[in-house]
Design a protein around this ligand. Structure first.
Ligand code: SER
Length: 317
């Protein structure tokens, strides 16, 4: 990767991946783009080249790729699971439109393309415990349908046109820079904010609802490592199961209570999110990623909780 375009640079992943890429590849070699421009995020605006890209408009992507001689595209545009259920057509237009546009441009200009997939690409018929790399994918959300479609399109462009497509099935991502917004796993981010602000947290999922999770620094590292991986070693491409931990709400809250003993929780179950969570894996088998490109997370629930609380306490003190 020499000249990189990030689409959705202001989102939950982009706002941390873009600075990380700029650190590794040089500020001028990483072009940040988002739908709203100029960005509200001053640091992103000022630390390197940036532009407006509406990912549903292929011309926006093609013009930028041409102008900056881009060789690698990180396509991070998406509407998360619960939000997409409120507007399925928009979920489809952005989720699938962005992938297809990126793949077409990549075919034309010889770029590699990274697109995140998700635990949402699985459904109720998928084995929930130790979910295999290759298994049944019949998601029941529009978000999941866009993710499976993205995986299939990426395979198609790789096999048919040789486009270097790569992807990760991310679990819930926990971060302290940009809030996710509209996802099923968001509770695991929001509770940390409630903990440091001394506010009661209303948990939308029931006790016992296990989901895979990952701390953002590991997700950033995984994205860059996969894009740098030797293509000859990749048996799978679209898309790799990756996980760092699996927990249910009580396990998370008890871990936070070790540092914030008076954490206040009320369970207020949200039917939409609960149904979605119930249709997703409890924990995935990510051995293909470990074997093919040495995936190994650094953070577990304990170390992530220490870092999340330390960072948020500094911000909200
Ligand atoms: N974090 C996403 C969501 O909850 C799943 O990939 O929608």
């Amino acid at each position: 990767m020499k000249k990189i375009l990030v689409i959705g640079a202001c989102g939950q992943i982009g706002s941390e991946l873009t600075p990380a890429l700029r650190k590794v590849y040089g500020n001028d070699n990483v072009i940040a783009s988002d739908f709203v421009f100029p960005f509200k995020n001053e640091a992103l605006n000022n630390s390197g080249p940036s532009c407006k890209i509406d990912a549903t408009q292929i011309k926006d992507i093609a013009d930028c790729v041409k102008k900056y001689h881009i060789d690698s595209i990180f396509n991070l545009a998406a509407i998360l699971s619960a939000k997409a259920e409120a507007n399925p057509l928009m979920g489809w237009d952005i989720g699938v439109g962005a992938v297809l546009n990126c793949l077409e441009v990549a075919k034309e200009f010889g770029c590699a393309v990274f697109t995140p997939s998700s635990i949402g690409a699985f459904g109720p018929e998928t084995p929930a415990d130790g979910t295999p790399q290759d298994t049944i994918q019949r998601p029941k959300t529009i978000y999941g349908i866009t993710k499976v479609t993205g995986e299939l399109l990426s395979d198609y462009y790789f096999l048919r046109y040789g486009v270097d497509t790569r992807s990760l099935r991310f679990p819930g991502l926990i971060s302290n820079v940009t809030l996710p917004g509209g996802g099923t796993t968001d509770y695991a981010v929001e509770v940390y904010y409630s903990a440091v602000k001394n506010e009661t947290f209303f948990c939308p999922l029931k006790k016992g609802t296990f989901l895979d999770m990952m701390y953002m620094p590991d997700a950033i590292k995984a994205s860059i490592d996969l894009m740098e991986a030797n293509p000859d070693k990749l048996i799978h491409r679209n898309s790799f199961n990756v996980t760092a931990m699996s927990f249910e709400p009580e396990m998370l809250f008890n871990e936070i209570r070790k540092h914030v003993p008076d954490l206040k929780i009320e369970y207020r179950y949200d039917e939409l999110r609960q149904n979605i969570a119930d249709s997703w894996p409890n924990y995935m088998d990510d051995s293909a990623a470990r074997e093919e490109w040495n995936w190994k997370p650094e953070y577990d629930l304990q170390t992530m909780t220490v870092d999340m609380l330390r960072t948020l306490k500094m911000r909200f003190k």
